[in-house]
Design a protein around this ligand. Structure first.
Ligand code: AMP
Length: 285
């Protein structure tokens, strides 16, 4: 695996492959890689000749009081895992490489839909930081395909919309959520869960599954179900940020006759904010 820290270096290496007609797959990450991230690399390898992964903890998508400074950074271990997975290139720029004119005057990409609800409501500016850095990374790597995890469902929906709106020549591919054996979605932020909290942290996915069961059984009183879901999370000892039943494509609040639904949830632990989601199709087993 070749590692590049500069845009110029990576571009030169990849342009040679592009001239050869090779297909380039891209997996953007913030590092602290776990099996969920590595599964994206494996998925990218199945439909591409060359796979590029990036590791960049993007300050632009963190709020002032968020965990940018304590976000886990494990570069050496990440490199080992990527090498073992057969990743071809790693792009690991620093802040000045990505934002040479500073964050404040950086041109931004704004997606006006789907960004101020759910996670966007409690993390103002977060998705603007995501769309800005992902579009920059797309311009740097110029991939044919880019793989994103369904774990960050709203992020995936926003990126799909950005790509459509801006006619970006990249195919966005979704990858399933990788979970721990007890069902907790793998996340770099799981390391912030205390040992005391960890056995109960599955209450988020358990609650979303319970809600999905209720809806599949014909209960379309979404608002009441959401209230009960928040209570379940509170009984587990955590504070719900939101639990919302949405239309899977638009992420608007689900209507009683919508068939494709995604239930999204976020909750606060002592020192982390965890997210998860579950999609269901009504009328099918
Ligand atoms: P991150 O570095 O954690 O922000 O995520 C980088 C990419 O990995 C994003 O596309 C995430 O959706 C994806 N990802 C993170 N955790 C998981 C997981 N448990 N299962 C599948 N994809 C994931």
């Amino acid at each position: 695996m070749q590692i590049y820290h500069t845009i110029k270096g990576l571009r030169e290496a990849l342009s040679a492959h592009r001239r050869e007609g090779l297909k380039i797959g891209f997996v953007p990450t913030m590092g602290n890689l776990h099996d969920g991230h590595l599964a994206l690399v494996t998925q990218a390898q199945q439909t591409n000749d060359i796979v590029v992964c990036s590791i960049f903890v993007n300050a632009l998508q963190f709020g002032l009081n968020e965990d940018w400074d304590k976000y886990p950074r494990t570069f050496a271990a990440d490199c080992q895992k990527l090498r073992a997975s057969g990743c071809d290139y790693l792009f690991n720029p620093d802040d000045t490489e990505m934002y040479p004119n500073g964050l404040d005057t950086q041109s931004r990409v704004i997606c006006p839909t789907m960004t101020d609800m759910l996670c966007g409501a409690s993390r103002p500016g977060h998705f603007e930081g995501v769309t800005t850095v992902v579009s920059k990374l797309f311009h740097i790597v110029q991939p044919d395909e880019s793989i994103f995890g369904l774990k960050d469902y709203q992020q995936l929906a926003v990126i799909r919309r950005m790509v459509e709106d801006l006619c970006l020549p990249v195919k966005i591919v979704a990858a399933p959520i990788f979970r721990e054996p007890d069902g907790l979605a793998m996340s770099s932020r799981n390391s912030f869960i205390t040992p005391r909290e960890r056995p109960r942290a599955t209450v988020l996915i358990d609650t979303l599954s319970w809600l999905a069961g209720q809806i599949s059984a014909g209960n379309s009183g979404f608002s009441e179900l959401e209230i009960q879901a928040r209570e379940r999370i509170a009984e587990g000892g955590f504070t719900a940020d939101y639990v919302t039943v949405c239309h899977s494509k638009t992420l608007e609040l689900a209507a009683a006759d919508d068939r494709d639904l995604t239930i999204l949830g976020a909750m606060y632990t002592e020192s982390a904010r965890l997210i998860d989601n579950l999609s269901i199709r009504i009328g099918q087993p």
